[in-house]
Design a protein around this ligand. Sequence first.
Ligand SMILES: Nc1ncnc2c1ncn2[C@@H]1O[C@H](COP(=O)(O)OP(=O)(O)OP(=O)(O)O)[C@@H](O)[C@H]1O
Length: 840
Amino acid sequence: MQIRLTVLGHDGAEDTDVQVAAPADTPLAAVLGSLASAAAPGSPAPGAVFCEETRLDPRLAVLGRPPLTDGAVLSFHRPAEGTGREPAGARLLVVAGPDAGGVHLLRGGPARLGRSARADVPLDDPDVSRLHCAIELTADGSVTVTDLGSTNGTLLDGAPVTGGPHPVRPGALLRLGESVLRVESEAAPAPPPPGDRDRSGRRGLAGWALGLRGASAPGAPAAPEAGPSGSREAASRWPDPAAVLLTALESGPRLWERDAGHPDAFALRLGTAQQAPELLPPVTLALPAAGSLGVAGPRGRAVGVARSLLAQLAALHPPAALEIVAVAPGRAEEWSWLGWLPHVRPSRGQDCGLLLAFDAAQAAARVGELQARVAAGPPGDGRRTVVLVDGDPGEAATRAALARLAAEGPAAGVHLLVPAETPPATAASPLEETLVSARAASPVFAGCATAAVLSGPVATALRLVGPGGAASPTAGADAVSAAWAGRFARALAPLGQDPAAGGAPAPGGGPLPESCRLLDALGLARVTPGALRERWSGQSGLPLVLGAGQDGPAALDLAAAPGPLAVDGGPRSGRTELLASLTASLAAAQGPRDLSLLLVEGAGEGLRPAAELPHVASYLPATDPVRMRAFAQALREELRRRAALLGEADGGAEPFGAARLRVARVVAPREPGDARPEAPPMRAQGSGPLPWLVVLVDDFEALLAPPLSAPGRQAAGSVVRALDAVAREGHPLGVRLITAGGAPAAAIRIALTGHPAGRAELRHATGRATHFQAGRVTARIPRTSTLRPTVARLDWSRAGDPPARRPVRELGNGPTDIALLASAATRAAETDRTATATFV
Ligand SMILES: Nc1ncnc2c1ncn2[C@@H]1O[C@H](COP(=O)(O)OP(=O)(O)OP(=O)(O)O)[C@@H](O)[C@H]1O
């Protein structure tokens, strides 16, 4: 298990990002000393640890479990600042402007807003006075605003605020300088749910871009929002930066709401129209129609706008619909916040830790990947890639390739977002001239079909120039700060995407590891009889953990599988190891009273270590024709008995998972102290529910076409026919078949690629594929290498490098994991009371 944490600097020291690798279930206490010395070398383990404002007990807080998930911020000695999630009487949201996105809690007493660092709510807006106005939550829960003698004045719903405190109704808009704030109190009306919105009209001043997809002609600005209800509708459809932050912090219903087919997929809000003081008509743009987007203006503001756009995209689109890449050599400090987003994890086989490029070599690698992607044409799944390009990419070839990508990428779903440094467009430097100078300065910017040009004396306004050259009216630009972006991205860090859950966020994530210990993937780092008994008692179905996937453990439910599972792969690709792991995974899921396993080997004896599991009712190497025939006969007999038992119980209509509880078992679990599972092939009848039966066959091809020298050659046919019968008839009888090598038909296939050993793809009957690294169970891995947690400082500038390839050390003299599991399972079975009280 790996998570990334941030330790806040103490006494003015810098914050430290670290990567922690530890076995599952490791308590924070085990790494506290290392965390402290990673943050400040030589410092001892702290006396108190806080995760945001909550004090943690390091013995009880477990790494990888909330709140200690990817992106968590720890502070030693004193609590960190709140997140805006805590309950408060009222909240002040900065919904538009050059320093948008802030969520401030009002807890009683006046809060002063202004440009000064001394302000309670500081706003980086040049048109805001140092101390501009004060907002107060009074004892009766109402909110008031008082102007503090500001230069440009304060507007409340369009009316100037003068004199003493003015009452502020929930939902009212306050305008100071270019910034717009909304007060939300408990009485505030909730924005309408997304489903209620009117999708018919594409509104917003930059409707020309959206109009390209159907509503109005390119270049024709659409009508601004009509009234307060229209404004709320727009707020819901085009979330402002504060709403974007809250969506991430609260994992709100809008999180990742837009898949590639959503009507508003890849649409962006850039700011709000300026001419309606009491409303906020959004200025929007549809990326598919706009192509690549350049943002020209003074650097700080242009980067703030780019941050806001990337955050919006990441909040509304799941990684399955959107990939984000950053090419910003030398600018790791500015853009490393993107590294927390699940969207920058390589998911198409890119050879890097994250899709970031902070030096020329990484930039060349990312651009090469993007070129290959564009050459392959638009992806069938509609997934798009947004590439931030900031600064000089280094080599001339990379620069030229990026300029081509800016122009040609959008047709293949690759859009560049390119901030370019220019003075703002003003009366002295009109829009056209500003554009010309930006294009001359950056060939990549010049390749962008659409440009957002920051304008006005302090560059807080914006005009969009579309593919046809038409410019939108002036709007107030939304920009967010670096601190805001970091907080936003960390909130998304623990989320991956679990394809099985239909796109719902799931914890974990990252590229596939080089190797995976199955017991870690199972969450059984310390396998004890007690832990096994607990699992066995809580389980239904046959969950099969395969190994490590991109977003946590890869798994499937064998009980629900529509037919046999086949494992394919070349020589030495790890087929035998995978079968042993599947055996172990099943044994960890259900106790021997509920699950019997039959192991068959077409050649060799690679599965012998797995035969030690108490679930294994029979282990059959293809060496003795007499035993093989007896096995085949017993297996057919078992199918007949099951058919008779289940048929008597309910006529065969009930699903096996329910029916099995009504009928007595046929294959009894192995008794403690019982002899090896070689003979007899099937065990005597016992009591308890009818167990699931899983037949696992390795080297199946050697049974199908046995070599002349094979000792079991004459009996191989009878075993194959019995296995055929299992494939045909076993499903409703609770019998499942897993084969490695040569099975002609199967409902689910696992293909081992062999690079590295154990690398595999799970292919469902539906065509869906999941990549994973198969779990290992038979290696003798030195205990310490899996049990000692490590803490390393994160170097974001190297995140775009190919991952270090360290050979898996198999020095071992320790026991194998399959032996540990078999021993714990045998002891757990001896004392297992969970299944003895069921029906007979
Ligand atoms: N999941 C895995 N992770 C890491 N290494 C593995 C994994 N599975 C197998 N290996 C390595 O690959 C080697 C071959 O594995 P295994 O014997 O399971 O492959 P196979 O496909 O059954 O080979 P054969 O061609 O002999 O049938 C093993 O010795 C092991 O070192």
